[in-house]
Design a protein around this ligand. Structure first.
Ligand SMILES: C[S@@+](CC[C@H](N)C(=O)[O-])C[C@H]1O[C@@H](n2cnc3c(N)ncnc32)[C@H](O)[C@@H]1O
Length: 307
């Protein structure tokens, strides 16, 4: 396999930061758990690098979690369904809207895949009734069926027989994790967090999340959290409190497309927090360091230590 497969287009996917994030996942991890899997970019990249042999992929969005399972367990059937739905768009200008209406009735994961592939920026949006209401991107048709099939077969080759899928609230997943696991958490963006927001079907509250992390600390669980960040000097999202005693790392995510358009030099940094149990397990250096990779997104990882 020449590259890491990504069948699902998903705004907020961590695929571009996966190699930077996976540096904090030890080799021979018994199980990687993703309670907020989205497109499962981190599990896929972790399996590609053979860092773990078991995966628990969870997302509160049921059609999304079911789609991930179908891709892994039945890639050819899922690819054939995608091709059928994708081909039908050429005969009907209203195809996207019909698929969207049908999806809102049936919650079919196959229809959801086409909507994600074809909608603006792969960005899910829901109205107040929980209906998917994103528009189609009129400039493109969505991933070609042949590319989709290859991506699905490769994702399946990496995860089939090694992955468990569920659609639970993250708190439920976290009550069942073990100290031999590594948990990667990428909750919905703050600022749009809350019990209900239009970006995701479900949400979290900052307070609940902090108290859940506190419980994980008490149980000695190894975990990584993507949370707040900053662009230039402007912070977005609340940072995690010092009392959680986490290692704080800033990943350089490059210049945002908006900054580039405006001719600005502002770099976006995304925070990564490492639990004490994981930092110990990795014997992670506490001094600041800088690191470069050959990737387009140069990773400058500044490490500072909380308490
Ligand atoms: C920022 S996205 C994760 C993106 C993912 N890291 C990727 O690479 O694609 C956050 C995900 O959390 C899910 N989510 C929101 N609230 C949740 C909850 N209470 N429990 C579990 N998942 C939840 C959303 O459906 C969404 O897919």
């Amino acid at each position: 396999m020449k590259s890491i497969p990504h069948p699902i287009q998903y705004q907020g996917s961590k695929r571009m930061l996966a190699s930077a994030i996976l540096k904090y996942v030890p080799d021979n991890t018994a199980r990687l758990v993703e309670p907020f899997s989205g497109s499962a970019a981190i599990s896929i990249a972790c399996a590609y690098r053979q860092k773990s042999s078991e995966y628990w992929i969870n997302d509160a969005n049921k059609p999304l979690a079911e789609l991930l399972r179908l891709i892994v367990d039945s890639p050819l059937d899922t690819a054939a369904e995608y091709e059928r739905i994708w081909n039908a768009q050429h005969d009907d200008a209203n195809h996207f809207y019909q698929v969207r209406a049908e999806f809102n009735r049936s919650q079919s994961p196959y229809l959801f895949l086409y909507l994600l592939a074809r909608c603006v920026k792969g960005a899910v949006r829901y109205n107040a009734d929980g209906e998917f209401n994103q528009s189609p991107d009129k400039r493109r048709f969505g991933t070609q069926p042949k590319t989709m099939r290859n991506n699905m077969m490769n994702m399946s080759a990496l995860l089939k027989g090694h992955a468990h899928f569920s659609s639970l609230d993250y708190r439920h997943v976290l009550t069942e994790v073990q100290s031999s696991d590594v948990v990667y958490m990428d909750p919905p963006y703050q600022g749009v967090c809350g019990e209900r927001d239009s970006r995701y079907f479900s949400g979290i509250t900052h307070g609940d999340f902090i108290s859940t992390l506190d419980d994980l600390n008490a149980k000695g669980i190894s975990y990584i959290v993507s949370y707040d960040g900053r662009r230039g000097d402007k912070a977005f999202g609340e940072s995690l409190p010092k009392e959680l005693a986490l290692l704080h790392i800033e990943l350089n995510a490059g210049r945002s497309s908006q900054s580039t358009l405006l001719g600005r030099e502002e770099i976006t940094y995304e925070s990564l927090y490492i639990s004490k149990a994981l930092a110990k397990r990795c014997m992670y250096p506490t001094k600041c360091y800088r690191e470069h990779t050959a990737q387009q997104l140069t990773l400058l990882q500044k490490v500072s230590r909380y308490a």
